[in-house]
Design a protein around this ligand. Structure first.
Ligand code: UMA
Length: 311
């Protein structure tokens, strides 16, 4: 087994670090979780659970100076690689991967990876609901709140994993390869973590890095992206030069109207593009519009009703 007998440091005792530690523990690794925060600031139930399962936990300044030898370091996405905690390990040249990469190395099902500055949680939820409704069992996970390592630990029999991926998670990938990637849109963000917008964009673009011509990239046609190896499928609510486009209130694919937006009760270009991306992934997964569109309409209407009753 890849991780059995390995000494692994997991950085961060949040959702990702905890899931990574428990997954590694289940694979027979010796695991220590290190977190810069003082113990009193961390969730007691989380630390108790980790310790009860044989994971060592080190917190506060001691975590940032720990000098024990490790074979591997797993970084939580919220921890900046330039932070003192991360640097304590990278300066010793210990191999480092992110939680997403660890989870990816332990799952069998293909992955749909969804990134973008805006709308990725909505699209991830809608896509997961639509795939399930069309008979492809999946779970929404990743940046949406359920770490990929947790899904790997559960070892459920799923057809596909619907994974929201953030730039923080993509920063530390090595082999992560979605069979379908989605690039919803891009706008400057997270400039407290990145030195420039270009650095943030470069981290996000890594979603395409390990894809091959056998994979699909669902891309907003309004974005100018570098050359990628995956087969592109484009969408846009603004331009006609896209595979999925908007015409007289209909989402149109290859000149065929497939969905009347009014039937979804959703408005706004962002909603239209999220639905286009959802349909494009479904197609890439072998679904037909006949299967997807009625379900998509119902799911969108339920979403609108839930939003208006929440107001
Ligand atoms: N920590 C250190 N040293 C540091 C910084 C942090 O030890 O220098 C510790 C903190 O004390 C804390 C732990 O790291 O205990 C937190 O780790 P984390 O920030 O990675 O948080 P998790 O709870 O593991 O949640 C992460 C994602 N958080 C971030 O990317 C910041 C969650 O996305 C995600 O849902 C979760 O994994 C499951 O995959 C949240 C998010 O805000 C929602 N994401 C950003 C966004 O959407 O814009 C990217």
């Amino acid at each position: 087994m890849k991780y059995s007998g390995k000494n692994v440091a997991v950085l961060g005792a949040g959702l990702s670090g905890t899931a990574a530690a428990l997954l590694l523990q289940s694979k027979g690794a010796e695991v220590m979780v290190l977190d810069s925060a003082d113990e009193a600031k961390l969730l007691k139930s989380t630390l108790d659970n980790l310790r009860a399962r044989g994971v060592t936990v080190r917190t506060g300044p001691a975590a940032e100076t720990d000098s024990a030898p490790f074979d591997l370091v797993v970084l939580s996405p919220g921890i900046d690689p330039a932070s003192p905690l991360a640097k304590n390990f990278s300066s010793r040249k210990i191999e480092t991967i992110g939680e997403l990469e660890l989870g990816w190395s332990c799952v069998d099902a293909p992955v749909v990876g969804i990134t973008g500055t805006n709308g990725k949680t909505t699209t991830t939820e809608l896509l997961a609901q639509m795939l399930n409704a069309c008979g492809q069992s999946t779970i929404a996970c990743g940046n949406i709140g359920k770490p990929l390592c947790e899904v790997a630990l559960e070892d459920r029999d799923l057809d596909v994993l619907t994974v929201e991926v953030s730039s923080f998670q993509l920063e530390t990938i090595k082999t992560f390869r979605p069979s379908v990637s989605v690039w919803l849109n891009f706008a400057p963000d997270h400039l407290d973590r990145y030195r420039s917008v270009a650095e943030y964009r470069a981290a996000k673009l890594r979603i395409f890095e390990n894809q091959t011509a056998d994979d699909v990239a669902v891309i907003n046609a309004g974005e100018s992206l570098p050359r990628i190896k995956a087969r592109p499928v484009t969408f846009s609510a603004y331009t006609n030069r896209a595979d999925f486009r908007l015409e007289e209130g209909f989402i149109v694919y290859e000149n065929q109207p497939v969905l009347r937006m009014a039937d979804t009760k959703l408005r706004g270009a962002h909603n239209i593009e999220n639905i286009m991306a959802t349909l494009a992934v479904g197609r890439a997964r072998g679904l037909t519009f006949e299967q997807m569109v009625p379900r998509c309409k119902l799911l969108c209407r339920a979403r609108t009703a839930a939003n208006s009753s929440a107001r």
